[in-house]
Design a protein around this ligand. Structure first.
Ligand code: SDX
Length: 429
């Protein structure tokens, strides 16, 4: 196999070393291209551009493969706790029992957040979108921990910030939910496991005991694992980009939350539910909905379908679809939206428009139906995505920092006006 790529421009050759990933990814390093040739590459949306090398997650979009640190998502989702997977993502190895116990115990010591967080939440209208509140309170975290502002402090300080983030995110997410329904927050109960504690803070009440349904706890654990990381997606790339300026980890995560909010990214899980509700209200006509999805002028997209990388089934969607059936059956929920979703999938998988474009269900297509069955309001779905994605964002930020990567600063092709003479205000038409 060649060890370099050669671009020939005006009879001049420019060589670029070829990089081969451990699973066969191939790329060539254009780092010196502009200095050598005066040319840059141009790739809106970075569809063919790699921003880094990474050891965290491997995706094969054609085969529908997803692995974290070499372990398949199928194994992790069925055999691990979310905290175990978060440790794997951040530290690179599955923890042994002692490591997991220490990790769990350390996190349980940091679950409280400063009472002033309530001041920020109370400044928001209760009906404000939870992702806007999450961005704000995450950004506020750095003000409570000035020692975290310099990302080049000791490894111990970085680790303390990572512990605080993992510990406080469930508390922040549950506070945001309680604020949205005008209820008092439920403080953390560190005798519970990570997921149970989150569910109690969310659905528990200050005055009543909380019995966590094991079906709900297992489903929540699985959903968090399935959202934990996804290599250089829009929000992870944002976290790396912001972190590359040596901004602190809280600010970088807050930026990742902002990127995830978008309906083309993490916000899609909320849009899927709203789309299914719209189709149901319109008589459940899935054929009509599919025709709209194929009509570019309709402004309607089949949310939860399609993916930048997966040109096959998103393996997470497959796992969530099975979990959907299990959870709804065990909870005795009969949600017509699930039937509509299955009909849409069945039609799309046989439709040339979707087949030609390799559009399959992604992680967001079925997740909202489970979240709804677990009792979450639609607007909280993307907050749940962020809760799951946090360890992935942390791992990506840490890898970028450990690799001493330079500040990210893309170039551009200028297509604006050439130099013009200035026109005084009085002379302008
Ligand atoms: C996530 O990157 C990640 O890893 C993200 C994620 C993660 O874990 O971090 O996996 C999470 O964000 C999943 C994706 C959630 N978003 C949605 O479900 C929104 C609906 N999907 C799309 O908008 C779209 O598929 C994207 C944004 C996901 C991908 O967009 P691309 O890669 O830029 O593809 P594109 O928009 O250029 O679409 C290619 C073609 C176009 O048609 P043509 O112009 O070629 O005729 O496919 C069509 C699109 O119009 N198309 C769709 C469609 N998605 C793409 N047509 C109808 N319905 C859709 N959902």
């Amino acid at each position: 196999m060649a060890d370099k790529a050669i671009i020939t421009i005006d009879d001049k050759n420019f060589e670029m070393p070829i990089i081969k990933g451990s699973e066969g990814d191939l790329g060539f390093n254009i780092g010196k291209l502009r200095d050598d040739s005066g040319y840059i590459t141009y790739d809106v949306g970075y569809k063919s551009t790699g921003s880094c090398t990474s050891k965290i997650t491997f995706l094969d979009g054609e085969e529908g493969i997803l692995r974290h640190r070499g372990y398949s998502i199928e194994d992790l989702a069925s055999k691990c706790s979310f905290l175990e997977v978060s440790y794997l993502l951040i530290h690179g190895e599955l923890p042994n029992k002692e490591q997991l116990d220490n990790y769990t115990k350390t996190i349980s010591k940091h679950t409280l957040v400063h009472e002033d967080v309530k001041l920020v939440l109370n400044a928001y209208p209760t009906g404000a979108h939870p992702m806007g509140k999450l961005m704000a309170v995450m950004s506020m975290m750095s003000s409570f921990y000035p020692d975290s502002l310099n990302p080049h402090r000791s490894e111990g300080d970085i680790q303390l910030t990572i512990t605080r983030l993992m510990a406080k995110m469930p508390t922040l997410c549950s506070m945001i939910y309680k604020h949205s329904i005008g209820h008092p927050m439920v403080y953390p109960d560190n005798s519970l496991n990570y997921v149970e504690n989150y569910l109690k803070m969310t659905f528990g009440h200050v005055t009543e005991p909380f019995d966590c349904d094991p079906v709900i706890m297992d489903a929540m654990n699985k959903l968090l694992i399935l959202h934990a990381d996804h290599e250089q997606n829009c929000s992870a790339s944002t976290v790396r980009m912001v972190g590359s300026s040596h901004a602190n980890l809280y600010a970088s995560i807050s930026a990742g939350i902002a990127a995830l909010w978008g309906p083309l990214h993490g916000g899609a899980n909320q849009m899927v539910l709203e789309m299914l509700e719209e189709i149901k209200a319109d008589g459940g006509d899935c054929v009509k909905a599919m025709e709209r999805a194929k009509d570019k002028n309709s402004g309607f997209r089949l949310m939860g379908f399609g993916h930048r990388v997966y040109k096959n089934f998103d393996p997470r969607a497959k796992i969530i679809k099975v979990a959907c059936d299990n959870v709804l059956n065990k909870l005795g929920v009969n949600d017509p939206l699930l039937d509509i979703a299955k009909q849409l999938e069945e039609i799309a998988l046989k439709d040339d428009y979707f087949i030609e474009r390799k559009l399959y269900p992604n992680v967001d297509f079925y997740s909202g139906i489970i979240y709804k069955a677990l009792g979450f309001p639609t607007q909280m779905f993307t907050v749940l995505f962020a809760l799951g994605r946090l360890p992935g964002w942390i791992a990506q930020w840490k890898e970028m920092r450990d690799n001493n990567e330079p500040i990210s600063r893309p170039r551009q092709i200028y297509v604006g006006e050439p130099l013009r003479s200035f026109i005084n205000l009085s002379d302008r038409k």
